[in-house]
Design a protein around this ligand. Structure first.
Ligand code: ADP
Ligand code: ASP
Ligand code: MG
Length: 486
């Protein structure tokens, strides 16, 4: 059997029109004789709003959290009505499946409100309860999409991802258990496919072996798609989003970004890790391990061939394939003159980051100082306090990382000079060329990002290689307003 995992992001299921478009894309794939497994995100912006509601409740703001929940309930009802009712049917005379589904939505929001009331009473939000709350986004959207697909004649069956995506208990960023996931997918999803059914599951959410709800980290639905694709040995994993594929840079910053036609696993992983939001960094790994190609496609423009991520990079005459930007970073400078020539210094520093489970993005060192960059987070004061025991510490936020990725920068002379010439007016704080030699990264002020990215894009993508970049169509995403969130 030939399976395809089709993952639709928040904007691809943001309302009834988007879900209807998604249904047509899936129906087309089925008509081509492939068996899709559909993975969906929460409707656009829902996860952000659930997080805001949970934090409000955690601060004791009961009314605030319930108000957000009421708006979300209304939005889900409204979408369900438009999706499941024949156009023009009078409200109040709703036949099943709408009536039944509306009742189910109400039940979900009643239990969600119960959690918010409890959180507000206690005035404390734990990571475990946070995961419980945000999981409603994907639970709601995946049921909604299943109902919408069924109403359009597709043989859709909802699969609760928490039965298959088994993880450890690191709430907020749980680590999947590959072996158990594979086993569960074989037990739960494979039989459905054998009956020619269309499984629909929520991305991002999972559960511990004991059945406690977890999540895979923000943007984690891509990761779910890759886990499902890897577990079932899919022939391709399709990531459907709101742009034509992986672009030469974020089209919101640079509207004339070009689609990259093919990119290697290694390049895509580097881009994703260093901030290109289009793909979750962990997506690539399960695909690489099983050599499953990944395609990034546009649900608003399904005819476009998108980007294909494959094992080998295609030869490209431009040194870079894409420029990624990661914002909201903090630089931590650690200086300890007394450590000059002594050993174990770096270990003592990194032990602190390890203790706080804080991932470090970039590191630069001299004999007595180490600068590292981390995602801005609420643990910084504690990390800084711990580091102060071994050195002088200062940290500064509002920094951004620019990462230039390209297979062909290996061994080319003069590239760094061209990069820094292009952004000569920008203050560069740290520089690193990865050991993989396929990225060149540096830190700048967040306020300088737009100017720097546009200058770099102009310098390196003026004369793009038509074999690798889509020179015909410029990014459609320039039409996507900044406010479109996930
Ligand atoms: P989804 O909800 O489908 O997961 P995301 O918002 O997570 O969508 O990712 C798509 C967005 O990623 C695009 O709208 C675009 O603004 C942004 N993006 C950032 N860098 C890139 C890039 N190099 N190529 C394409 N899109 C990018
Ligand atoms: N809904 C989750 C988020 O917004 C996961 C995802 O969309 O990939 O982070
Ligand atoms: Mg995403």
């Amino acid at each position: 059997m030939k399976f395809v995992v089709m993952k639709f992001g928040g904007t691809s299921v943001e309302d009834a029109v988007a879900i209807d478009r998604t249904a047509r894309i899936v129906a087309n794939r089925r008509a081509q004789g492939v068996l899709p497994i559909v993975v969906v995100s929460a409707m656009a912006k829902v996860t952000d709003q659930l997080i805001a509601a949970a934090s409000a409740a955690g601060r004791g703001d009961r009314a605030g959290s319930l108000a957000i929940s009421a708006r979300l309930r209304h939005r889900h009802h409204d979408t369900a009505r438009k999706l499941l009712l024949p156009a023009g049917a009078p409200i109040g005379s709703e036949p099943p499946p709408f009536a039944e589904f509306a009742e189910w939505i109400d039940k979900q929001f009643e239990s969600l409100d119960e959690i918010f009331r409890g959180l507000a009473a206690v005035g404390e939000l734990t990571a475990r309860t946070g995961d419980m709350v945000v999981s409603y986004g994907e639970q709601l959207s995946s049921r909604m999409v299943t109902a919408g697909f069924a109403a359009r004649g597709l043989d859709a069956v909802h699969v609760d991802s928490r039965k298959c995506i088994i993880t450890d208990a690191q709430y907020g960023r749980a680590i999947p258990n590959d072996a158990l996931i594979e086993k569960r997918l074989e037990e739960v999803v494979l039989p459905l496919l054998k009956e020619q059914k269309l499984p629909v599951m929520g991305g991002f959410i999972g559960s511990t072996e004991e059945g406690v709800t977890t999540t895979l980290g923000r943007g984690g639905s891509d990761f779910t798609a890759a886990l499902v694709g890897g577990g079932l040995n899919a022939s391709v994993i399709e990531i459907w989003t709101d742009v034509n594929g992986i672009m030469t840079t974020d089209p919101r910053i640079c509207p004339d970004a070009l689609r990259v036609k093919t990119i290697s696993f290694e390049e895509a992983a580097e881009l994703a890790y260093f901030g290109a939001k289009v793909l979750h960094p962990a997506t690539i790994l399960p695909a690489v391990q099983k050599n499953i190609p990944v395609a990034v496609l546009n649900s608003r423009n399904p005819e476009n061939e998108g980007t294909r991520i494959t094992a080998l990079a295609s030869h490209c005459r431009s040194p870079f394939k894409s420029i990624a930007v990661k914002k909201r970073l903090t630089i931590i400078d650690v200086v300890a003159s007394r450590m000059l020539m002594s050993h174990g210094y770096l270990k003592s520093i990194f032990d602190v980051f390890d203790k706080h489970k804080c991932a470090v993005d970039m590191v630069s060192t001299s004999e007595v100082s180490v600068s590292v960059t981390v995602d801005s987070n609420e643990k910084l004061p504690e990390i800084s306090a711990d580091l102060s025991k071994v050195a002088d510490v200062k940290y500064e936020g509002r920094k951004a990382l620019i990462c230039m990725v390209g297979e062909d920068i290996r061994g080319q002379n003069g590239i760094a000079a061209q990069v820094f010439q292009a952004i000569r007016h920008v203050n560069v704080r740290m520089i690193s060329q990865g050991a993989s030699e396929i990225n060149m990264s540096f830190m700048i002020e967040e306020d300088d990002v737009d100017e720097a990215v546009r200058s770099l894009h102009a310098a390196f993508f003026q004369d793009p290689d038509p074999e690798v970049f889509d020179v015909q169509a410029r990014a459609v995403a320039s039409a996507v307003p900044e406010s479109v969130g996930r």
